[in-house]
Write a protein that binds this ligand. Structure first.
Ligand code: P6P
Length: 333
């Protein structure tokens, strides 16, 4: 494979975009810089400065904020906020979005992120990640309005994630194709390692937290029972893999196929995962890799959000496996 860096790749992509001004490439480069900083911090967490462990605070989700969470959030906000390319930054860690008026150097993009997803796994050395989504400002004035912050998933300009694991990978799409880059820590550069990623039509892995089974609907229970049944023709029973870190569970699903599910249940009627910076960006990626993503009965990218931090149920992965789950849910609805 040609040894091409992420920035070189972005420039080639940019040439395909009508009227591309280079602003998008510059914004993506800022994301790249922030991700290298977080990668360095994650990979030495626990060594030297004490950035492991809890801050004693809780975030808008009511979750305990880990020091690396806070560090990642501040790093992305500082670097992206000063880029001159965004008029708003919405983060899982902050109740309200940060708005940057045009006269204060605000740009034409909306940046949404989960700065460090899966943070409960930091102390046990399980891979964690950043998930981001980019929309174009729609309103005309110098201020950012709700119509800019609450756009349908299919209005995304770009989406991506960075997974801080055994190696650091940067995966993104601007539509049509999905590209993966691996960080060479010695050079401090991301190089193309996965060109035009496509998810298998079907897999042989299902991923769900069966600890929640008692709260599941009958339909959800039947979905999991289906994947557990023996049937050679459909490669069942599927293997169960559940890491509890969305970026890791999704990355494995994208590469190997199968289905990841975080369904609604009796205690969480809308599920747990967030539309703006978890479900929507990963759905944009999976559809551009030939996969499928829904709430179980509605396509994620067709949803019109009403709140930035709203939750949605998520079924995402191989087209046939997600469709199978939807058909079973429909039968029991
Ligand atoms: P549960 C991590 O806290 C997270 O937000 C996602 O990364 C992950 O997919 C999910 O929650 C795991 O939730 O309820 O199975 O622990």
């Amino acid at each position: 494979m040609e040894r091409i860096t992420l920035v070189q790749h972005l420039r080639r992509q940019e040439m395909k975009i009508q009227g591309a001004s280079g602003e998008f490439t510059s914004l993506m480069n800022e994301i790249l810089v922030a991700s290298k900083i977080i990668s360095a911090a994650v990979n030495k967490a626990g060594i030297g400065e004490d950035i492991l462990g809890l801050t004693g605070k809780t975030n808008v989700q009511g979750e305990e904020v880990q020091k690396l969470d806070e560090y990642a959030n501040k790093t992305f906000i500082k670097i992206i906020g000063q880029s001159g390319h965004v008029c708003a930054i919405a983060s899982e860690e902050d109740p309200e979005p940060i708005l940057i008026a045009t006269q204060e150097g605000g740009g034409k993009y909306i940046f949404m992120m989960d700065p460090l997803d899966g943070s409960s796994n930091i102390d046990v050395n399980v891979s964690i990640g950043t998930i981001f989504s980019i929309y174009r400002k729609k309103s005309k004035g110098s201020m950012t309005l709700d119509e800019d912050l609450l756009q349908r998933g299919d209005q995304q300009v770009a989406a991506g994630y960075i997974i801080y694991g055994s190696s650091t990978m940067f995966v993104y799409t601007v539509g049509e194709s999905v590209f993966g880059f691996t960080l060479d820590p010695e050079l401090g550069e991301f190089f193309l390692s996965h060109d035009d990623m496509k998810i298998p039509e079907t897999g042989d892995i299902y991923s769900a937290n069966e600890g929640n089974r008692a709260h599941w609907s009958e339909g959800q229970k039947q979905v999991v029972e289906y994947f557990k049944e023996s049937d050679d023709a459909t490669r069942r029973p599927y293997k169960l893999r559940y890491i509890g870190s969305l970026v890791s569970d999704f990355h494995r699903t994208l590469l190997k196929g199968g289905i990841f599910m975080y369904p609604r249940d009796a205690t969480s009627p809308d599920g747990k995962l967030r539309f703006s910076y978890e479900a929507a960006p990963l759905s944009f990626i999976v559809e551009n890799a030939g996969g499928r993503a829904s709430t179980g009965d509605q396509r994620i990218l067709s949803l019109q959000p009403t709140q930035i931090h709203q939750r949605v149920p998520l079924y995402i992965g191989s087209k046939k496996d997600v469709k199978t789950a939807e058909d079973i849910l429909k039968k029991y609805s």
